[in-house]
Design a protein. Structure first.
Lengths: 584, 219
């Protein structure tokens, strides 16, 4: 029965192919577009990382596309800059939130679409434009930016004189990120408006799936963080184009030339960037946490352990994430007293993070665990989150961070906890929701092969980086030959590069599985995992308005698995009490 | 047969189809945008405070006449336009289309006048040698901080951009409401944006102008 008339109800899909699949207002199409955008970005970012790993251990290797086939030190910086920017902005920020969130948030809350479909389309096209602007910077004179994904001032602000790529390339980088901010803000407004207003009858806040909570809190963070980055980008553009000096101090000597700027502060850029940058870490990981809770519960056949604690810890992490940005700046010359404050608040974040980890383990404990590929990736996520989280406790100490910050230790830390953990959540989400999105199952055998190689591979890549960091191996150096005291650890770098190639090769299994299963996978039933939430209540393929005009009513919480007295081991959220089959 | 514990809490606590706080979705979206936009402005203002506090030679060039008088006049125009906006929203809710459209257009004219007068002020400063990268002032025997112009044009430029977008936005609303394609809610939401832009000016006016008034007594 239709519970209420929808304010944005539209039951007919547009007829034309272009209106339906390209310029679509449908959140499902837009979500898929975001996922494909992220898949393109992750592929490019992965290839770039293979190139610079190759260059590190075989500096004389000829690589197609570079002058004389050799990667110069500037090219190396270009590669890591583009790798970081693509991965952080266009993969980690985009896919779990705008991709899967767009697709499943309206379905899971029983809404026909996002609250603002036009804005939704606009935010996708703005994000795509941002990606194209970023990629186009590779083809301008001087090439793309070499300033790192953090674009630290003053070298990001002074222009061409700071090196090839810091001219037009860096300008395009800043424009791309400013556009990306715009797209993310529109998307955040949409997510918040949808979650607050469009929940179907009976879906009170404490009955929302944890995925919805993850997307909701993330949208709050995005709304508050991207506005700040946008302003920072505007100021940086003024420095670059209008010759202001917000981030450029006086008497700055760059490449032997004393610049005419004066009065600005490079530290201001770091403050503004990391005020965005730290919430950004949680923008990447909170949707992942939601997805992981969802998948763990489904395949443990148990309710999420401590649902309310999960919601409150998500919220607490969201709040605290705005108060810890200084822990990225311990070596910046910031006042050591503020470093102490940032250090303490950073350690406090460990508490809600530990609550989440205990609750995931509590969910698994005593469950009837089904080791599907999605479940394996979810358990893999918990493992990576714990490993990466522990090294975070070390880095939160200013005294240790002074030594470790500019080394491979930090690379190992954030790749495990932010990069690979979030990627694992995306894999879990893909294997879990693929049957609903494309009506077919992905191949489980290939999926498990993909999981095991990837899981062991990423540990082989990133764990040794902690040792390199302890030994003092500086990050961002284009040549490991130049650091004499590191020569005994060269074999570790070889091992990392070989592991990277094997792990990247394993992703070909995923690509094959993903695209092959779209057309040839085993046809999926409506609810193949016997899950409880609304996305499994709708038919496959999902109708244009999700529920074909028949909006569900919600009677219970999202994770009613193995309820004593029920005939099935799951009770869908929308099943009226009298329809629930009782064991007898 | 065992009772299902879960059925005990089956009553729906959330009715669905209602907007919390009597705020419709469009209005909520605008409030959320304004929240984020206020952070963008806050960042720019914070950057201004940061570089100004760190500067040993921040110029205070604004004389009561013409700079402060002009800025005060701009403030009066902008505040009046907020008043006409309030009247427009009230008329729209009374379904008085003719008056509502008239007041919206008056508001847009106020905004356009603000932009024009403010641009004239910019060109006056350019003529005095104040640019985003330099100025002619001498403070405590040192050349004036070049960021004076950077922050001035940056902050007022960002605000002027918002006013200009507001004028276009209000014109679209006036046409749409006149043709009854939009309803009173559209007018109210555009009013929220307009009042916000006004409110931002109430921060920029004291921080950029009044804090840079030249208080030295001329011989």
């Amino acid at each position: 029965m239709s519970a209420h008339a929808s304010p944005i109800h539209h039951s007919e899909a547009p007829k034309g192919w272009i209106r339906h699949y390209i310029f679509s207002f449908d959140h499902k199409i837009i979500g898929t577009q975001y996922i494909l955008l992220g898949l393109s970005a992750v592929t490019i970012g992965l290839i770039l990382s293979l190139i610079f790993r190759t260059h590190l251990v075989w500096p004389d290797a000829h690589i197609w596309g570079f002058a004389n086939g050799i990667v110069s030190p500037e090219d190396y910086l270009r590669l890591i800059t583009m790798h970081g920017t693509l991965m952080v902005f266009f993969v980690l920020t985009t896919v779990p939130q705008s991709g899967f969130g767009n697709y499943f948030l309206p379905i899971q809350i029983g809404a026909p679409d996002m609250a603002f479909p036009t804005l939704n389309m606009l935010s996708f096209w703005t994000t795509l434009l941002a990606l194209l602007v970023l990629l186009s910077s590779a083809f301008v004179p001087g090439g793309s930016a070499i300033g790192g994904w953090t674009a630290y001032a003053p070298l990001s602000a002074v222009g061409q004189i700071a090196g090839p790529g810091q001219g037009l390339g860096e300008t395009l980088w800043v424009v791309s990120i400013a556009l990306f901010c715009g797209g993310s803000l529109m998307s955040a407004i949409n997510f918040l408006g949808t979650t607050i207003d469009l929940r179907t009858k009976g879906l009170s806040l404490m009955r929302m799936p944890l995925t919805v909570w993850g997307w909701f809190i993330t949208a709050c963070l995005a709304l508050l963080a991207f506005g700040v980055l946008l302003a920072a980008c505007i100021l940086l553009l003024l420095d670059r184009l209008a010759q202001t000096s917000f981030f450029i101090p006086g008497n700055l000597d760059v490449s032997g030339v004393v610049l005419h700027h004066s009065g600005g502060s490079p530290l201001l850029w770091q403050h503004l960037f990391w005020f965005f940058g730290h919430p950004e870490v949680y923008i990447a990981i909170l949707p992942a946490m939601g997805i992981i809770s969802h998948v763990l519960s489904t395949f443990s056949r148990k309710p999420v352990f401590g649902y309310k604690a999960m919601v409150y810890s998500l919220t607490a992490i969201g709040f605290l994430s705005f108060a810890v940005w200084g822990h990225h700046m311990f070596i910046s010359g910031m006042n050591p007293y503020s470093a102490l404050a940032f250090s303490i608040i950073t350690l406090v974040i460990g508490v809600p993070s530990a609550i989440k980890t205990f609750n995931w383990l509590g969910t698994l404990w005593g469950g009837k665990i089904h080791f599907t590929t999605a479940m394996l990736f979810a358990i893999g996520f918990v493992s990576l989150f714990v490993t990466g989280g522990l090294s975070g406790i070390f880095l939160a100490q200013p005294a240790l961070d002074l030594y470790l910050h500019a080394t491979y230790y930090v690379i190992g830390h954030f790749h495990l906890i932010m990069g690979v953990a979030a990627i694992f959540a995306m894999f879990a989400a893909t294997y879990y929701w693929f049957p609903k999105m494309f009506g077919r199952m992905m191949n489980e055998g290939l999926g498990k092969l993909h999981f095991w190689i990837t899981f062991i591979g990423v540990y082989c890549i990133f764990m040794p980086m902690h040792y390199l960091g302890y030994a003092g191996d500086a990050r961002r150096y284009s040549s490991i030959e130049s650091v004499n005291y590191m020569i005994p650890l060269h074999p570790v770098h070889f091992f990392i590069t070989i592991s990277a190639f094997v792990t990247a090769g394993a992703q070909l299994i995923f690509y094959f599985n993903f695209f092959w299963s779209m057309g040839h996978g085993k046809p999926a039933e409506r609810n193949p995992w016997h899950a409880t939430t609304l996305e499994w209540a709708v038919s496959t393929p999902v109708p244009h308005d999700n529920f074909a005009g028949d909006y569900p009513v919600i009677y219970r919480g999202p994770y009613e698995y193995s309820v004593p007295g029920a005939a099935d081991d799951y009770i869908p959220q929308h099943l009226a009490p009298e329809q629930v089959a009782k064991a007898g | 047969m065992a009772e299902l514990d879960i059925d005990a809490v089956a009553g729906p606590a959330w009715g669905g189809g209602v907007a919390p706080f009597a705020t419709n979705t469009k209005k909520l979206g605008m409030w959320l945008f304004l929240l984020s936009d206020s952070l963008t402005f806050s960042t720019a203002i914070l950057a201004y405070a940061y570089v100004r506090l760190a500067s040993p030679a921040w110029p205070r060039p604004f004389e009561i006449w013409p700079a402060i008088a002009n800025a005060t006049f701009l403030t009066v125009i902008l505040l009046s336009s907020s008043l006409t906006m309030v009247l427009a929203v009230a008329a729209a809710h009374r379904d008085d289309v003719r008056r509502a459209v008239m007041y919206i257009i008056l508001t847009a004219i106020g905004g356009a006048a603000f932009v024009v007068l403010h641009l004239m002020e910019w060109f006056r400063l350019f003529a005095e040698g104040v640019t985003p990268w330099s100025n002619q002032y001498v403070v405590n025997g040192q050349p004036g901080d070049p960021l004076f112009g950077g922050t001035f044009f940056g902050l007022t430029g960002l605000h002027m951009l918002h006013v200009s977008i507001g004028v276009i936005y209000l014109s679209i609303i006036a046409i749409g409401f006149g043709r009854r394609k939009f309803n009173a809610d559209h007018v109210e939401v555009s009013g929220l944006y307009w009042h916000f832009v006004d409110l931002v000016w109430m921060f920029i006016f004291p921080m950029v102008y009044l804090m840079s008034v030249n208080l030295t007594v001329k011989p």
